[in-house]
Design a protein around this ligand. Sequence first.
Ligand code: CP
Ligand code: NVA
Length: 306
Amino acid sequence: MKHLLTLESLSFEEIKDILNLADQLKYEQKHGIEHHHLKGKALGMIFEKSSTRTRVSFETGMYQLGGHPLFLSSDDLQIGRGEPVEDTARVLSRMLDGIMIRTFEQSEVEALAQYGSIPVINGLTDYCHPCQVLADLMTIREFKGKLQGLKLAFIGDGNNMANSLIVGCLKTGMSISIACPKGYEPPQHILDFAKDFPGKFELTTDPLKAAENADVLYTDVWASMGQEGEKAEREKAFAGIQINAGLMSKANKDAMVLHCLPAHRGEEITADVFEAHADEIFEEAENRLHAQKAVMVRLMADKKPE
Ligand code: CP
Ligand code: NVA
């Protein structure tokens, strides 16, 4: 693994290795065991969109690993004034040891990796959110003790979260059902990817059908960052695409609920269900820290821990 640009490029073994290391780093952090695997290393964090979890988890994670994080807002960088990504990549590669980027176009992340010579980590694009899904898989495994054979139902937009969840679940032996309104499906090549996992993938417009016998229910905002102008039209299209008590009754009795956050109570999830599953949802948020530390160690450490 040279970069983390999408989950498609990771093998099952690599995903399992990251999850195992994340568990170990979580244990070490909770027990005060020093784990300075990135001593003397610097990570640049480019943000072209807002963030709470991604920024704080990368920044704190880098500090806990003994390295130094630099927050680089596109409002301040020359990239925001039109400096080509090819040049930014070559300059940053001479000063830093890794780059995390949150932006709109997946192609910008790919270009940074192509023109730079240091590891690039995708901290969310319009296309995917691999760091989030690694934390999600870690959380499911923590609560359920396994991934293989479980069913996740994603109730919402066929967006970056849906795309990465489809890839992450199918690669780790889970099955996944997506319920989204017509016209908001995941892109064709993600649907094509899912075709290689017969019987493990379902796409429907009916949330109740998707939730049947689910072990994990997952949702995300109706309008992602950059889609604020479509909010009214999306509110109409997504009415009823919600995790609520009725939907929970279709899932397995001990089903867990996850949300990448930020959440909009009364839209994609009711306040009651959110609060009933707050322990799972906030453990998931915390696990961003541990999962990302594992990714940074695997990509940036000189001496890889066992
Ligand atoms: N889930 C997530 O990526 O949160 P932020 O947008 O706050 O980083
Ligand atoms: N789909 C959301 C995820 C936020 C973490 C967005 O892109 O805004």
